[in-house]
Design a protein around this ligand. Structure first.
Ligand SMILES: C[S@@+](CC[C@H](N)C(=O)[O-])C[C@H]1O[C@@H](n2cnc3c(N)ncnc32)[C@H](O)[C@@H]1O
Length: 224
């Protein structure tokens, strides 16, 4: 489920000594595995409600991995069990926290957790950002879905810009990935930005085409 630009984050994990990552929206653990593979020192606390998905669903119906495992994922608690199974080998470095970001971030703050990095990949609106700004002002925040379009707008972009302004930090976007950072662009990051440019332009063009047909980036009828 990497739609481009994740090297921006793996590069930062390697170069800045990131150890504790909070991920909001972990699904079956693809991105968690990416962070764990980047450094042996990384621990990921993964927040997700891992809901029971009933009826038709874009991932189960159209995604190659979803289709392959649809029957298993539709079992009771299938999504949560798939996450645990995927990460089983790294279970000492993964803490699953079942719930929404909105509800669980204040709990993590209350117990004194201080993440180095928070990755947001939940409902495509980056709505957890203002909570992160209030509770974890020191953490680096980043996420997915920069170029996810609901048919009319890119819903994560405004909250991300606002958070960067509030934090007085620099916004870096590579393809579908965004990062609010306290350090200026490095040469490596500029190179990543440049190499992600064709994909980013293609995604914008596809979003525009689909938007004209009343569809969101996933090709489903727009609700906005
Ligand atoms: C696109 S998937 C995440 C993909 C994953 N990060 C990866 O790259 O492999 C979105 C996930 O966000 C979860 N989610 C939706 N709303 C959420 C919320 N408010 N808080 C936490 N997780 C949420 C969904 O259950 C789903 O598993």
């Amino acid at each position: 489920m990497d739609y481009g630009g994740r090297e921006l984050i793996t590069n930062l994990i390697k170069t800045r000594g990131v150890r504790l990552i909070v991920e909001i929206g972990a699904f079956v653990g693809g991105s968690v595995r990416q962070w764990l593979a980047t450094s042996p020192d990384v621990i990921v606390l993964a927040i997700d409600p891992w809901p029971q998905i009933e009826g038709s669903n874009a991932f189960y119906d159209t995604h190659p991995v979803g289709r392959l495992h649809a029957a298993q994922l539709r079992e009771p608690d299938g999504l949560y069990l798939a996450f645990l199974a995927t990460l089983w080998q790294d279970r000492k470095r993964v803490i699953p926290v079942r719930g929404t970001g909105e509800h669980m971030l204040p709990v993590l703050h209350a117990i004194g957790l201080q993440p180095d990095l928070i990755f947001i990949d939940a409902d495509k609106t980056a709505s957890e950002l203002s909570i992160c700004d209030d509770l974890f002002p020191e953490a680096i925040v980043c996420g997915d879905d920069w170029l996810w379009c609901d048919g009319k707008r890119f819903p994560s972009q405004r909250p991300v810009w606002e958070s960067a302004r509030r934090r007085k930090r620099i916004l870096k976007c590579v393809s579908n990935t965004w990062l609010i950072d306290d350090q200026p662009w490095t040469l490596t990051e500029r190179r990543l930005w440049l190499s992600g440019l064709p994909t980013a332009m293609r995604r914008r063009f596809t979003a525009w085409q689909r938007g004209r047909r009343g569809l969101d980036s996933a090709g489903t009828p727009s609700r906005s």
